[in-house]
Design a protein around this ligand. Sequence first.
Ligand SMILES: [Zn+2]
Length: 534
Amino acid sequence: MVCLTVKPRINFPSSSPRFVAVALAMLSVNLACAAEMELTLQTRDPATGKIVLAKEKVDPARVGVIAVDVWNFHWCKTATVRVDAIVPRMNKALDAARALGMTVMLCPSDVVDNYVGYPQREAIFALPKVPVPVVMEVTCPPVPDAGGCACGRERCAVNYGWDGMHPALRIGDADLMPDTQADVYAICKQRGLTHLIYVGFHTQVCLLGKPMGLRAMKSAGLQCVLARDMTDAHPGYDPSRNFTPDLNTEQVVEHFEKHLSPTISFQDELAKLGKWDATWVVDPVRVTPWGTRMRPHLFEEPVTVTLTAPWQPGAEIRYTTDGTSPTAKSTLYTKPFVVTETTALRVSAFRNERAVCLESEGSFARMAPLPPLPDVFIGDLKPLRNVGFGHSYGGVMRYSGNTRPPQKDKSNLGQDLKINRQVYPRGMGVHAPCELLYEVKPEYKRFVALAGADENLVSISNGSNLAKYPSIVFKIFIDGKEAAASPVMRILCLAWRFNVAIPEGAKIISLVAMDAGDGSREDFANWVNAGFVN
Ligand SMILES: [Zn+2]
């Protein structure tokens, strides 16, 4: 209990400024804690779906807030950015919860052991061992699951690349990082918690089913509540039947309300207590599918793009495609539209000319047709210059640990050349930053290649902790001038397609694999079916 109701033990003269300060401080703590909350709990009739509202009073000091799997990466790029989109409002809510005396628990599950040494984590091992009762069996009909990728036709492939919580999620000094049902139960007993508010991801998967999830804690007898404005369902997207990730989340929340737990609008609950300001700008407009410059949406067929701002109803969504910041006068979004070419979208939303959303971006890169195979493979040529990841000393490379010089017909570490689940027999396996410089022979008419992040690291533990890192930009220079460049290439996406005309009289061609601006960790890169067409 953090509510202070004891009187100060030290008697200061009543005129002492220090006494006044202490008294005021205690008054404010008392006010914060004593303010009993009256939650508006929303459930639904399981048969008709009709909303049922109930009021429940609770002392904030008896409330825990559990943030499940607010990760820094997800195998689906759209799912990843949708987590980014909720973190700003979640931070506001968790800050308010801490100020109200609630216990905040951050539960990153799979990656909790990357937090060894954090006091919030180490405190868990000192908890008393309390047997967990089974108060009820928590069952429900199968929860709808849209599959986990909201990118449409160009579907993302599963990997476990996350290695921590979202970098913008604030970790409070007094927060805790439990991981099991017993951990959370022991915290509840120790602190007298009766209610748990769940925020986080994904609603019907980890938030519900993880060992510290809603199902387990409800079974142990806690009053578990889902914050419907701070969660996202395992997403899906099918614009042909108007099925969007937001609609999917609504349907999953309804399932919870019918069968599993009441929900609250966390924002509304905090607003009632004067802890949420309606003028805060915390929500970006959501883009589906949601590529970003660092993880673009690569496509072959035209893409139907949906823009939504579910927590800013009635706001006008406006966007630009010319690289400028959207204003209240930019193009008004009225319905899903089709992107046919490489596009950089910038989006915001306005009410009475005032921006009510954070600006967001959508990055779409159109793939060229598959190039032909080369007549001359680069692996059969001797490069004029060949530098990789290491130091140069008098023109001699000192390759860094765990990397090698560019490898012919193998990945940089000597495995199969693999991009987007496909093995290629011919190519060069490198580690960015890397340059391969070749002499252009007069008969060379075009340079052709596929290029992408090497994928061998997902063969171990599904890329746990690592698959988020590879990010490479491939560029072609002819006689010192950039002739072509890829967008940022990530793991498990289509290989970029180069098919570059070589001007008559050209002398030198340079194939570059660059770091994308976020460091070169795990930037193993493959050029495959690369060479010259005569
Ligand atoms: Zn996806």
